[in-house]
Design a protein around this ligand. Structure first.
Ligand SMILES: Cc1cc2nc3c(=O)[nH]c(=O)nc-3n(C[C@H](O)[C@H](O)[C@H](O)COP(=O)(O)OP(=O)(O)OC[C@H]3O[C@@H](n4cnc5c(N)ncnc54)[C@H](O)[C@@H]3O)c2cc1C
Length: 273
């Protein structure tokens, strides 16, 4: 049996440091050996906007060890859900990947972030461009009715290396269109464009290449990306973000922020050290 790393568990007497609550893990799902999701309880006082992130983590040797994580769950949901990478020697995820139901995680009480609807000017179609765990904030947004009130079409382009890394694919394609409250909006407005770069799959290749060639728009069945009608949110690696930013700005898109809305916004899915 695999040795479990040194983290305090629900058995230990824990007090949350200032700005955090300790929440109980209620569900864990491993997608691959590099990717997992988990749910935990949500403090009634925790408020956030779908698309935001917060600091989460574990108490390790009496001290908080935390990292930024986007909420996968929408703002209206009672529980919280996260999608996480497993970095073998990562200070947090080498431990967090072993988390079990009943154990407790630290959840920061001050969510923030730029991937929120208010940071974009009104538009016709919304493009959500993600690689890897950059999908997380968009899983929150595509389950928020507000996004469907604001846009005619919501195009979610998720690009990963291997097919198994297309987390939430079944939820997006099978469950959401049948969802009691969101089903009709999702079925009419959400267009899902999964793509894989290192394995055979119906759609292969990077999103920037597919947008440059007009392929992504064709896959989605919408008009070519333009700042006049379209809005975009980007969440991927630093390289992916830089490529998407360059592509959008070359077409006249302007970056929005919490102080001034624009025609696109971006957030790093992680920081490369
Ligand atoms: C705004 C923001 C939101 C984030 N949201 C998420 C999220 O929802 N889910 C998530 O898993 N991570 C997310 N991250 C990354 C997260 O904060 C940690 O870096 C990650 O959990 C690894 O922590 P660690 O301590 O194990 O390793 P770290 O020391 O933090 O990272 C070690 C190295 O692992 C690589 N790495 C880190 N995170 C990722 C990742 N997500 N995908 C691929 N490679 C990675 C990088 O090369 C990094 O230098 C986010 C980061 C930022 C800045």
């Amino acid at each position: 049996m695999q040795e479990r790393p040194m983290t305090e568990t629900a058995d230990a007497v824990l007090t949350a440091p200032k700005g955090y609550t300790l929440e109980e893990v209620t569900w864990v799902h491993h997608w691959t050996d590099r990717l997992f999701s988990f749910r935990c309880t949500r403090a009634p006082a925790l408020r956030f906007t779908s698309g935001q992130f917060t600091m989460i983590g574990l108490m390790v040797e009496g001290k908080p060890l935390t990292r930024a994580y986007s909420m996968v769950s929408p703002a209206w949901e009672e529980h919280l859900e996260f999608l996480s990478i497993k970095v073998p020697d990562g200070p947090l995820t080498s431990r967090l990947q072993h988390i079990r139901v009943g154990e407790r995680v630290l959840i920061g009480q001050k969510p923030v972030g730029t991937l929120v609807p208010e940071n974009l000017l009104p538009g016709r179609n919304l493009w959500l461009l993600a690689t890897g765990t950059g999908l997380a904030p968009f899983m929150s947004l595509i389950r928020d009715p507000e996004i469907y009130d604001r846009y005619e079409r919501v195009v979610l382009a998720h690009t990963v290396r291997q097919v198994a890394e297309l987390a939430y694919r079944e939820l997006i394609t099978q469950e959401l269109p049948r969802h009691e409250l969101l089903g009709e909006m999702v079925a009419q407005k959400l267009i899902y464009l999964p793509a894989v770069t290192r394995e055979p799959f119906p759609v292969q290749g990077r999103i920037t290449t597919r947008l440059e060639q007009g392929l992504a728009e064709r896959e989605a069945g919408v008009a070519p990306l333009s700042p006049e009608h379209d809005r975009a949110m980007i969440c991927g690696s630093e390289a992916m973000n830089a490529d998407c930013k360059a592509l959008l700005e070359a077409r006249g898109f302007v970056e929005g922020s919490n102080s001034a809305p624009g025609t696109y916004v971006l957030e790093k899915a992680f920081v490369t050290k």
